[in-house]
Design a protein around this ligand. Structure first.
Ligand SMILES: [Zn+2]
Length: 160
């Protein structure tokens, strides 16, 4: 799947995917399909996979944040699982400024190089693992809260 040639993709798009002319490399469509552009095909297979897992991460984070409990966003922010908005400036993990992007990016790292997420952002790793095993947001926060947010020294100062 990840090394499919562009012409083959155009002739016979894999299920759940569609080709689009667009600025972005990939985008989650409202119907749940993932659109990829010609830019996506310029990447090696492992980067293509990561980009698609990031978009799948948006399906996951929307389900979590817009799910049954409207307080989920605030619970996750308070838990600092994916970083914090305390002290004014948002400092989310993996250098994003937005909870949805931090969750999608963490999901992509979980799916492609889980050992790296576990090593660098253990709380996010155990939160995602619990959620994917069917835990509620409350339980996933509880289960992951013993682990540190980040093991990287530069974490809090790393966001420009
Ligand atoms: Zn994104």
């Amino acid at each position: 799947m990840w090394n499919i040639p562009e012409r083959e993709f155009l002739l016979n798009p894999p299920r759940g995917f569609v080709f689009r002319q667009m600025h972005a490399e990939a985008q989650l469509l409202p119907d749940g399909r993932i659109a990829v552009s010609e830019k996506w095909f310029r990447h090696p297979p492992e980067i293509r996979e990561f980009i698609v897992e990031h978009e799948r991460g948006h399906i996951w984070e929307k389900r979590v944040l817009w799910g049954d409990d409207p307080d989920n966003t605030f619970k996750i922010l308070d838990s600092e699982t994916f970083g914090s908005m305390k002290d004014g400036a948002p400092t989310f993990i993996v250098s994003t400024f937005n909870l949805s992007e931090a969750m999608a990016e963490s999901y992509a790292v979980y799916m492609t190089t889980p050992d790296e997420l576990k090593r660098d952002y253990p709380r996010a790793f155990y939160f995602i693992e619990a959620m994917l095993q069917g835990a509620s947001v409350d339980d996933a926060i509880e289960l992951s809260s013993d682990y540190s947010i980040s093991t990287l020294d530069a974490y809090w100062g790393s966001v420009p």
